[in-house]
Design a protein around this ligand. Sequence first.
Ligand code: RRO
Length: 300
Amino acid sequence: MKFRFLDIEFKNPVILASGPWWFGEEYEGKINFEKLGAITFKSLTKEERVGNPTPYILVEDYVVYNSVGLKNPGINKFISDIYEKFKNLDTVLIVSIAGHSEDEFIENFEKLSKLEKVSLLELNLSCPNVSGGLFCFNKQSIKYILENVKAISKKPIIVKFSPEGEILPYIETSLNYGADIINLANSPIGLKIDIENKKPFFYRIFCGYSGKAVKPLILKKVYETYKAFKCPIIGLGGIFSYQDALEYIFSGALFVSVGSAIYYDYKIPERIVADLQNYLKENGLKNHLELVGIASKDSF
Ligand code: RRO
């Protein structure tokens, strides 16, 4: 199932998404990270952030709501503690970068790109739970950040988008300024009402939501993006099984990323790897590459 892309060897196309597993904590010894194609740490900012007033997360049958607000230990602590713990794992490491300003993104990128075992850097331009987090809808911000980070390092860059609205023009800008991979997508923004208290459930009122319910919305974005640009895409949203993963791959995703599914069963990412492997074997394929975008070809 392994393949090379951007000079990096991936064991398989299954990525552990940024966010739900934080920095390991509760999942160490449960998720076998080395079975996965890559793992992405939760987004980092220059300074530690405590996040939004709790609750952070609510899990329902088909939706996971979150209002975490970029809670993270800050870059220095990540480098001294967390990176040290993970750096010798036999899987591809991806860091996710956030910031309150364009310049903070660049500063954070500069530090994180120096970490030898970090193979790819993801610019999270689409945090739904902090004010001003949606840099992905501002072409000037995209251009400024990408021009600067491209000048700092040759490591491949992922740009993570919101799935809401007309995103193709912003994806085009990202690709024009050197984005290597487009991540589709971050959590759309929704609302949860607490009917006992007759109030919004989360302190910031609106929240990100993910889980099974978001798959059709994001699959459409993957399909449209692949058709328009034939660019490398990470599909993320509602992937709970190898069948979900195949829908994304057939629509144009080169990678599939598993996020909040782990709140239901932390073995799901590994199960998807094993089931994809069986599917490829049964179909006489060495890896998934020739399946990418197969459903978006102009066949009808
Ligand atoms: O921390 C969060 O609230 C958060 C982030 Br940074 C993000 O990118 N996506 C999300 O759903 N939550």
